[in-house]
Design a protein around this ligand. Sequence first.
Ligand code: URA
Length: 246
Amino acid sequence: MERIDKILSSQGLCSRREAAALVRAGAVTVDGAPVRSPADKADPASQVIAVHGRPLCYQAHVYILLHKPQGVLSASADRRERTVLDLLDESLRRRGGLFPAGRLDRDTEGLLLVTDDGPFAHRMLSPASHVEKTYYLRTDRDIPPHAVEAMRAGVTIEGGYHTRPARLTLLAPREARLTITEGKYHQVKLMLRTVGCTVTYLRRERIGGVCLPPDLAPGEYRLLSPAEAAGFLQKNAESDDASAQL
Ligand code: URA
């Protein structure tokens, strides 16, 4: 059970103060009965809460599929620079508790999940989850053909870490897609360094079963239902079959 003003403001419909005003104006009902005080409690999972007669579609958590643009930080707050949360509408930001699930470098663009569901993000980001992430990249020089086999076998990046098998698909002499199942800091750039290439452009196109929609421009986002968001936990694009390997 939660206070009714808190439930209403948690859905990004209005501020806590505006929710209290709606209650006092008699606009809010729970299972058809008018709510008298903003401090009255309700259970949004089992009761029908309505505002001006329109039932609330209560969602305990939000899942935002964001196309992160270049030049924006994957952080919740920063004193000087714009963060991905600054790209969201006021109604979403005032829910509070939102954070980017994982990080993309400042100069990387592409698919990023922003949510307030900590356990979900933890499952997706856990090193043991081995969820596939696919990146499109361009390099400063031709990618040597042996890079495909090198990535498949795993390469030793800065710091001495040997990466898990990755799938490199060459698209043009200086263009490729790389699919990895982990998320070390600067991983894609460091992996390409081991074959003598500097990444000049990087975009994340897929996480598990969720792809970056082609019609979603950098800086734009889309709200996902919990069922759609579950795609982020799939290991790969085709299935959630744990035996599917690179
Ligand atoms: N790998 C990188 O090098 N940078 C990113 O932003 C993501 C993966």
